[in-house]
Design a protein. Structure first.
Length: 284
C-alpha cells in the first residue's frame, strides 16, 4: 500500500468524522434552548431529501455490480471514486437529518412554540421538481433497455441510456439541493441580524470536512492516473466546493457581521418572547 493510498484513507475517514459530527451541534443546541427559534425548517427538510439521494447513489456506485460495470465502460475501465466511508457518512447523515426535522413537529420534543414549522412553497417546489426529474430519467432508462439496435460489439452502457444514468440523476438531486439549501438560513440570519440559534460549530466542522473531501478525491484520481475520478463523480467534487462557499458566508455572518455576544443574548430573548424565528421565508 502506497503512502498516498494511506493518506487518502486517512483523509476519507477524517472528513467522514468531521461531516458526521457536524450534524450534532444543531439538534443539541435546539434541545438545550428548548426551541428551534432562529432556524428554519426549510434547511433540514430539503437536506433530508438530499441525503436520501446521496445515500442511494453511493450505495449503487459502491455495491451494485451492474452500476460499477456500466461506470467502468464509460471511464476507461476504472471503478467509481466512491469509498465505504462515503456510504457510512451518507447513512449517518440521513438519520441525523430526520431527527432534526422531528424537532420542528409540534409537541414531539416539548419545545417552546416557534414559527416556521412548515417548509416554504419554494422548498416544496424544489423537492417536487427533483423527484419528478428522477422519475423521468428512470422512465427513459427503462424504455431504452432494448439493446437489439446497438452496434455489434458495442457496450450499451457506453453508447446509450443505462441504469448508471438513473444513479447520476439521483446523485444530482443532492447537488441541486446543496446549491440552494443554505439560502433560507442565510436570509434568516440576515433578517434577524443575528446567528443566534444557528450553530457555528456545525459550520466549522462542515468546512473542514469539505477541504478533506476534495483532497481525497484529488489523491484518488492522481493514483488512478486519470482525472475521470473527478469528472465521473462530479457530485462529490461539487459538494465540497459548494458547501465551503456557503460555510464562508456563515462564518462571516457569525464572526464579522453579527459578532456581538450581548446583542446575541438580547436576540435570544426577543426570539423566545415574540416567537420571531427564522421560519418560513416569503417565497410564497
Amino acid at each position: 500500500m502506497s503512502f498516498l493510498t494511506v493518506i487518502s484513507a486517512i483523509f476519507g475517514w477524517i472528513y467522514t468524522i468531521c461531516w458526521s459530527l457536524s450534524f450534532y451541534p444543531q439538534p443539541v443546541l435546539n434541545y438545550r434552548r428548548g426551541t428551534t427559534s432562529g432556524t428554519t425548517v426549510d434547511f433540514p427538510f430539503i437536506n433530508t431529501l438530499g441525503f436520501i439521494a446521496y445515500f442511494v447513489s453511493n450505495c449503487a456506485l459502491f455495491y451494485s455490480p451492474v452500476i460499477r460495470a456500466q461506470y467502468a465502460a464509460r471511464h476507461h475501465g476504472l471503478p467509481p471514486a466512491v469509498q465505504f466511508n462515503d456510504v457510512v457518512f451518507a447513512g449517518h447523515a440521513l438519520i441525523l437529518c430526520i431527527i432534526i426535522v422531528s424537532q420542528y413537529l409540534p409537541g414531539l420534543w416539548g419545545f417552546a412554540p416557534a414559527l416556521g414549522r412548515r417548509p416554504s412553497r419554494f422548498i416544496l417546489g424544489v423537492a417536487l421538481g427533483c423527484v419528478t426529474g428522477v422519475l423521468g430519467v428512470i422512465f427513459l432508462v427503462a424504455g431504452a433497455q432494448d439493446t437489439s439496435s446497438a452496434p455489434p460489439g458495442s457496450d450499451p452502457a457506453a453508447t446509450g441510456w443505462a441504469w448508471l444514468d438513473a444513479v447520476y440523476a439521483i446523485s444530482y438531486v443532492k447537488l441541486i439541493i446543496t446549491v440552494i439549501k443554505y439560502t433560507p438560513q442565510i436570509l434568516t440570519n440576515y433578517r434577524n441580524k443575528s446567528t443566534q440559534g444557528w450553530s457555528i460549530v456545525q459550520i466549522l466542522l462542515d468546512f473542514s470536512g469539505g477541504v478533506l473531501s476534495i483532497a481525497q478525491l484529488g489523491i484518488d484520481s492522481y493514483l488512478q492516473g486519470d482525472w475521470s475520478g473527478v469528472t465521473g463523480n462530479p457530485v462529490k467534487f461539487a459538494l465540497g466546493n459548494v458547501s465551503m462557499f456557503y460555510d464562508v458566508i456563515f462564518i462571516l455572518q457569525h464572526y464579522v457581521l453579527y459578532p456581538d455576544a450581548e446583542s446575541k443574548a438580547r436576540e435570544t430573548d426577543r426570539l423566545l418572547e415574540r416567537g420571531e424565528s427564522g421560519g418560513r421565508l416569503s417565497y410564497d
